[in-house]
Design a protein around this ligand. Sequence first.
Ligand code: GDP
Length: 440
Amino acid sequence: MFDSLSDRLAGVFDKLRGRGALSEDDVRSAMREVRVALLEADVALPVARDFVDQVTERAVGAEVIRSVTPGQMVVKIVNDALVEMLGSDTAELHIDVNPPAVIMMVGLQGSGKTTTTAKLAKRLAERERKRVLMASLDVARPAAQEQLAVLGRQASVDTLPIVAGQTPVQIAQRALQSAKLQGYDVLLLDTAGRLHVDDTLMAEMKAVAAASNPVETLLVVDSLTGQDAVNVAKGFAGEVDLSGVILTRMDGDARGGAALSMRAVTGKPIKFAGVGEAIDALEAFHPSRVAGRILGMGDVVSLVERAAETVKIEDAEKLARKMEKGKFDLDDLRLQISQMQRMGGLGALANMLPGMKGLKGANVDDKALVRLEAMMSSMTAKERARPEIINAKRKIRVAKGSGTTVQEVNKLLKMHQEMSNAMKRLKKLGGFGKLASMFS
Ligand code: GDP
């Protein structure tokens, strides 16, 4: 899967790889090629455009970490953007509720819904040791209920006995009753499919949902249908409260457009991927692993991650050495703040450093960090090294230059002063080793 996209991206990165330094033009022309590659992979146009804009912005503004090349940096940025596009975290099923947890499976005919219902049932039974019951609510297609029963036997999962003449809602109620009485943990309801999203189908789904109160409503769509799959998902999402998507036939999908656009277009996470006809060919959808498979550059990504770690440690050590000498200027504060941004914001700083208690609960958010950074950028190197020379006139200039106020500049200077004092106190206590270790 994703073969052609992988090849195209590899070609783009090959061109970047040889370069020692990257210009903005290099990045932009590489991103034009990435955009074409995404469109050829059948990614929705607005999604491809957003992706490229985001990567360009991050890549052009990025500080290249020492010991990696700009080309490697771009690979890492593209990787992270891909993971985000795919949905960041692996989406779990929320079935740890008062049993039975009802999972309603919905989708068009031929999407692979019945097969996927059985695959998921088997997975929950085997991997999560759940007691699972399946029921087919498809009364429109004569053989549908029997098909699920056959699959159930293959998967060693129980199916609700077939009673002729019942409506889907009646079957759902009977299934729920049986599941309760017989102590099943999970009940999977395989609803009827149709050829198109139509009113009758939607009405039936809503009635079944009202009767069974599902904790998960999973849409099964065929990844081979590309953007149609995404549009179908949009159609369903507008009618029922979908909790996630299962993409089938990923094994035959060389393009990957549905997988890549689904999250961004529908806002719904892909929870599983069908990767074959066999009853156990169902995988959890891990965005980071999928991105890794697309790029095929796991080595570069981890190299950049490791390099970033190293820089953090080196910076922390440098800072500790300066503090040991009793020096702590605004350049250090600046470095500190950029580190804190990486480590989880000012709250973390306040907890870690003495003398920062005043900031606790002061509602200092990331925007405040950006303002602090702006003020320090508006100072001269001399001012940062010797903050005591910042007189009233200089304060006005700094405030103007950074779009802040003199009060804010005063606050920053006071904060620096408090930190500097605290560090001197700490020095007397001989606690630097401990402090340095906190940053590494
Ligand atoms: P339904 O009409 O949506 O219930 O579709 P079915 O479950 O009957 O599946 C239709 C066909 O698709 C069957 O032949 C399945 O074996 C096949 N199928 C389902 N999921 C996958 C998958 O992930 N990969 C492949 N290769 N085939 C699949």
